[in-house]
Design a protein around this ligand. Sequence first.
Ligand code: SAH
Length: 361
Amino acid sequence: MKEILQDLSLDELRALVAEMNEQKFRADQLYRGLMQGKKITDIPGLSKEFRKSLAERFENEPVSIREVFRSSDGTEKYLFELSDGNLIEGVLMRYKYGNTQCVSTQVGCRMNCAFCASGLNGLIRNLTAGEILAQILCVNARIGGTAEKRAVTNVVLMGSGEPLDNYANTVRFLKNVTAPGGICISGRNISLSTCGIVPRMYDLAEEGIPVNLTVSLHAATDAERARIMPVAKAYTIAEILKACENYFEKTGRRYIFEYSLIAGENADKEHAQKLIELLKGKPCHVNLIRLNEVKERNLSGITEKEAYRFLGMLEKGGLSATLRRQIGADIGGACGQLRAGYLAEEERKKKEGQQTAEDEV
Ligand code: SAH
């Protein structure tokens, strides 16, 4: 794979332009073109030779939209292709106040949570900062946004992958996506979701990019959490809570816990009670999610009514909580589902092809 131009900050582009003996203002032209989601070869104003030497060293289109699936509720699910042929996915959710894009940070994931489709085939590779950014740049352009007037207004790092397991690239991405003069999405409008990699949560608090921190909790005791999240064997809930408090002290950001409701695992009255005891009085919010059932994973969700009952118990116990609207469930809305489904389909076609070939012999 060639290098990714979208990895670079404006200052780094300026250094590159100087190194390539081009005039200074070319860096701004280049940056504007990239922020508008253009291929290197389509950026206006640059000389043919300059574009050519750039495209020899850098990927012309590091992330391209392979397919778009539209849900009946307006949510759009994207299947992206990377320049090495790997596939990742993203979601665009439309709200009254703006459009939120969910981006991936890795191809696959090595966390292997029991309910999630992203970890089904393990981690394939990390995305570079530019590959994370380019997901936003091409969707923004597709829905009519520019760098100056963005159509993607909010970003959540909740696609496939564990952002804090790809720390350096994720932080570089956060710096570039919030940089003035670029697509410039404010940290306030960005949420990073982690399964709770404690040391990196402390590191993130020091980066000076105050994004919202979301932690996938999914259980109120370490033993119950370890049944569904292998990472719980490495870090305890107490350690996670301390890291969240530190994040709050350093950044002033209230933290959010995700809690996906799974029948027989974490969705009964006693679980609500334990969650209340654990979080009462803390400056946090609980986001309940109804499980998107993944057919390769043997877990079931609970009904909407039961989920509202669970929510009611948390609220009565004094917690700030919401039940997340189940979006895009008809198009494989949960992390990794689209890619997993796509890979399974390709596999099926391949087998079918082989079968036909065998039949013909
Ligand atoms: N690796 C990050 C980002 C994951 S995606 C993390 O662990 O936080 C965002 C949220 O969706 C996480 O809380 C994740 O646990 C949850 N999730 C993943 N698959 C799900 C599914 N099939 N149903 C419901 N929630 C799911």
